[in-house]
Design a protein around this ligand. Structure first.
Ligand code: DGL
Length: 273
């Protein structure tokens, strides 16, 4: 019987995390679930995001995942704490675990910046939650954090519109806005898992002096470390190098796009939450 690691996102973004998880944990089994039918989450209220994420986590638990990664900053910012502290203790199996993507980045960000001035780009939900400045302050109180919401960017990724004239215009506009907030920024964190799809274009606009950081590697390193510290979870995870893919939208488009991004042929299935 397979007992995979569940990887959840509102849509395609979590694939940027999954790709690195495959690199770092090649033996493990995974289930990827994208709620493409209800994306974007970033512009939705706290209660709506919390309800959607809870549904997804329950579904992944019911599919035998002992551990779920919220590969989505908006979900991590708005739902993770409640799920960890209120919901899991009341579940039939309270030993299952859910982890997010914000804390692993906050823990190491101080090692990436020299100027100690960083920028965070994310969805409106993530930025308004202030999760990044709050978490970063716990580890690196000296770091100056400037944040900016980029509400259009998830749409550009979900609909493949980022490498168009208007897509590039929206991206450039936001980069300039962030740079204008603090000209000492030397590191920009892509605080939305959809944004690494735009990384090449972002790098073109920020220029060579600013480092653009995607979360995949950070999150996968952090998970490797977590599993080494939690053998009681690690021993429950099956390891047959198998990944299943589910989307709440129509499966053909997901199959095509995920296969292109992961550079291997995958087959997604439709699932109703
Ligand atoms: N990929 C998600 C994140 O990291 C959110 C995208 C959305 O707005 O649905 O925040």
């Amino acid at each position: 019987m397979r007992t995979p690691i569940g990887v959840f996102d509102s849509g395609f973004g979590g694939l940027t995390i999954l790709k690195e998880l495959h690199e770092k944990l090649p033996d493990y089994d995974f289930i990827y679930l994208g709620d493409n039918a209800r994306t974007p989450y970033g512009t939705k209220s706290f209660d709506v995001v919390y309800t959607y994420v809870k549904e997804a986590v329950n579904k992944l638990f019911s599919m035998d995942c002992p551990l779920v990664i919220l590969a989505c900053n908006t979900a991590s910012a708005k739902a993770l704490r409640n799920i960890q502290q209120k919901d899991i203790p009341l579940m039939p199996d309270p030993t299952k675990r859910v982890l997010g993507v914000i804390r692993p980045c906050a823990e190491i960000i101080g090692t990436l910046t020299r100027s100690k001035h960083i920028g965070i780009l994310g969805t409106t939900g993530t930025i308004n939650s202030n999760s990044y400045p709050i978490e970063i302050k716990k580890f690196f109180p000296e770091i100056q954090v400037s944040q900016l919401a980029c509400p259009m960017w998830v749409h550009l990724v979900e609909h493949n519109e980022y490498n168009t004239e208007s897509g590039r215009h929206f991206i450039k506009q936001k980069i300039n806005e962030l740079k204008a907030k603090d000209d000492l920024i030397d590191t920009i964190v892509l605080g939305c898992t959809h944004y690494p799809f735009l990384k090449n274009i972002i790098e073109e606009f920020v220029g060579p002096t600013i480092k653009v950081v995607a979360q995949g590697e950070i999150v996968s390193d952090s998970l490797v470390d977590y599993l080494s510290r939690h053998p009681e979870i690690d021993s429950r995870l099956s390891k047959s190098s198998h990944t299943s893919y589910y989307t709440t939208e129509e499966a053909t488009n997901f199959t095509e796009k995920a296969s292109r991004f992961l550079q291997k042929k995958i087959q997604a299935e439709h699932l109703i939450l």
